[in-house]
Design a protein around this ligand. Structure first.
Ligand code: T5A
Length: 210
């Protein structure tokens, strides 16, 4: 991705309960110290008024009209296209750093790996994003059983969180497979204590040539 300024797009990824929320606040603090400016924070699906409406459609189960896998995938990309066009690209163009809670890697892992829709995901990804991608993705890797236990302790599970375990196992395998072949994706062991996870993330951030 070519940009005329030094702005960066950093994304935190991981299965439910991986610890993305606290990682985001840690990385946000790092960005503020490093750049002297607050990062523009986004979440996916969501992050614009229209994209937040699409988030509700994806997360809340409609008993009499279950969302089919293809519609789920297209809604996620519609939300992402809105967010990239109206928030992420303008922020990067103005010199801000953007910190994302999930991005395209989630669709590759959940819809591509979990749902088995990789051909559709690749076509829609190319059509909506082209070669636009994060400068750095921090993937918090967690055993789905442990992650879902943590998420359940935090509150009621949503439509996707209620999927069977093998869905998350396929998603995790896809996260790891893609990370293995892309040197902009760093894998952090999120099964450690929070202090250890944060130490690894800080070491990663400090090792980058910003
Ligand atoms: N989705 C999303 C797709 O299917 N495709 C896509 O393309 C996109 C973008 C989004 C859902 O949509 C799906 C994925 C999701 O199912 P969401 O509400 O944004 O929904 O869900 P998540 O992003 O999964 O949010 P979670 O809150 O579940 O995950 P987090 O943010 O990783 O978890 P967090 O930080 O809240 O931690 C959960 C609990 O664990 C504890 C925390 O204190 C918290 O209580 N915890 C730890 N405990 C012990 N040790 C540690 N190291 C811990 N780290 C965290």
């Amino acid at each position: 991705m070519s940009r005329t300024n030094n702005s960066k797009f950093i994304v935190i990824e991981g299965l439910e309960g991986a610890g993305k929320s606290s990682a985001i606040s840690l990385v946000g603090d790092f960005i503020e110290k490093h750049t002297g400016r607050l990062a523009v924070c986004t979440r996916e699906p969501g992050g614009t008024p229209l994209a937040e409406k699409m988030r509700d459609l994806v997360k809340i189960a409609e008993e009499n009209d279950p969302l089919c896998d293809e519609a789920e995938c297209l809604l996620l990309y519609a939300a992402r296209a809105q967010l990239v066009a109206n928030v992420i690209k303008p922020a990067l163009a103005s010199g801000d750093w953007v910190l994302g809670d999930r991005h395209n890697l989630s669709s590759l892992a959940y819809q591509g790996g979990g749902r088995g829709l990789m051909p559709l995901v690749k076509v829609v990804s190319q059509a909506t994003l082209g070669d636009f991608k994060p400068d750095l993705t921090i993937y918090l890797d967690i055993d789905p059983e442990l992650g879902l236990k943590r998420a359940a302790n935090r509150g009621e599970l949503d439509r996707i969180e209620k999927q069977a375990l093998d869905f998350f196992e396929r998603a995790r395998a896809t996260f790891l497979e893609i990370a293995d072949s892309d040197d902009t994706i760093a894998v952090i062991d999120a099964g450690q204590t929070m202090a250890e996870v944060h130490k690894d993330i800080l070491a990663l951030l400090q090792s980058q040539e910003w």
